[in-house]
Design a protein around this ligand. Structure first.
Ligand code: HPA
Length: 272
C-alpha cells in the first residue's frame, strides 16, 4: 500500500530529528498559529522538509510540524493545515493528521476559525464542537479501506469526545470566556457562503460554518483517536450583518483572541 509506505517515510524522517513521543496532537487554525509561542519547542520542522507533506499555501498558515511540551504533556502541533480548497486531494488533506496518529498520539485537539450561524454570537466567541455535518461532498475515507489504519465503516455517533468537551467547557466557564457548544458544518470553500446558504445551514442544525476540521476528525476517528474541536467565531456568517467577510477580518479576530485562546488551551492540554 503506497500510503502506508509514505506514512512510514514521514515518521522515519520525523523520528530521525526528534525522539519525543507525543501523547496529544493539536492542529492550529487560521490566525491561531501564535499559540506555538506557548509551547516549549523541541523541534520545529517545516512541512516542505517532511516527505509527502503538501506545503500549506495560505497566508496565515505558516506550515510547521512542532514537537515539544505543554507543561508536562508531550505534544505534536500542526502550525497551519492543508485545506481541500487549495486543490489537494482529501488524502493529502488528512495526511498530516494520520502522521500525528502514527506518531502515537491518543488525543487530538482541532481548532479552526469559523463563521457564526447563531445571531447571538460575537466575533471572538468560542464554540466547542459537539458534532459536525460533512457538507464537503466527499470523504477522506473514500477508496479502498486501509485495514492497518481502521475499519471500513467507522462509527461517528460520538465523533467529538464528551469528556474532553466537558473539561473544555469547565475551563472556559471558570475563565469567564464567552462560549457555546454546537454543531460545525464544513463546506469546501474557498468562497464564503451566500446568505441563502447560511439560512439553509441554520435550518439543518449547524451553529458554525468553516472550511476544515471535518476531514481531519473523520481520519482521526478512523484511526481510533479521541477528538475535540474548538471553533473561534471570527465573524457572523454572511447575511447576518451588513458587513462583507474578508480573510483579513478572520485573521484579525483570531489574533485578538489569541491570548485567551492560548491560556485556556495550555490549561486544557497540560491536564490531558
Ligand atoms: N464561513 C466559512 N468559513 C469561515 C468563515 C465563514 O463565515 N469565517 C471563518 N472561516
Amino acid at each position: 500500500m503506497v500510503l502506508l509506505q509514505q506514512l512510514k517515510e514521514s515518521i522515519d524522517y520525523i523520528r530521525g530529528l526528534s525522539k519525543l513521543r507525543p501523547r496529544v496532537g493539536l492542529t492550529l487554525g487560521s490566525g491561531l498559529s501564535g499559540f506555538a509561542r506557548s509551547v516549549e519547542v523541541e523541534k520545529s520542522i517545516p512541512y516542505k522538509d517532511i516527505p509527502h507533506f503538501a506545503p500549506s499555501t495560505i497566508d496565515g498558515h505558516p506550515g510547521n510540524l512542532i514537537l515539544g511540551h505543554i507543561e508536562k504533556t508531550p505534544v505534536v502541533i500542526l502550525q497551519g493545515r492543508i485545506h481541500f480548497y487549495e486543490g489537494h486531494s482529501m488524502e493529502r488533506v488528512v495526511y498530516p493528521t494520520r502522521v500525528m496518529a502514527q506518531l502515537g498520539i491518543e488525543k487530538l485537539v482541532l481548532t479552526n476559525a469559523a463563521g457564526g450561524l447563531n445571531p447571538k454570537m460575537q466575533p471572538g466567541d468560542f464554540m466547542l464542537i459537539r458534532d459536525h455535518i460533512n457538507f464537503m461532498g466527499t470523504n477522506p475515507l473514500i477508496g479502498p479501506n486501509i485495514a492497518e489504519l481502521g475499519l471500513r465503516f467507522p462509527d461517528m455517533s460520538e465523533a467529538y469526545d464528551r469528556d474532553m468537551l466537558e473539561r473544555l467547557q469547565a475551563i472556559l466557564t471558570r475563565r469567564g470566556l464567552r462560549h457555546s457548544v454546537g454543531v460545525y458544518c464544513a463546506m469546501t470553500g474557498p468562497t464564503y457562503e451566500t446568505p441563502s446558504e447560511v439560512r439553509f445551514l441554520q435550518h439543518i442544525g449547524a451553529q458554525a460554518v468553516g472550511m476544515s476540521t471535518v476531514p481531519e476528525t473523520i481520519a482521526a476517528k478512523h484511526m481510533g483517536l479521541r477528538v475535540c474541536g474548538i471553533s473561534c467565531i471570527t465573524n457572523l456568517a454572511a447575511g447576518l450583518t451588513d458587513q462583507k467577510i474578508t480573510h483579513e477580518e478572520v485573521k484579525e479576530a483570531g489574533r485578538l483572541v489569541e491570548q485567551n485562546f492560548s491560556d485556556f488551551l495550555v490549561e486544557f492540554i497540560a491536564d490531558l
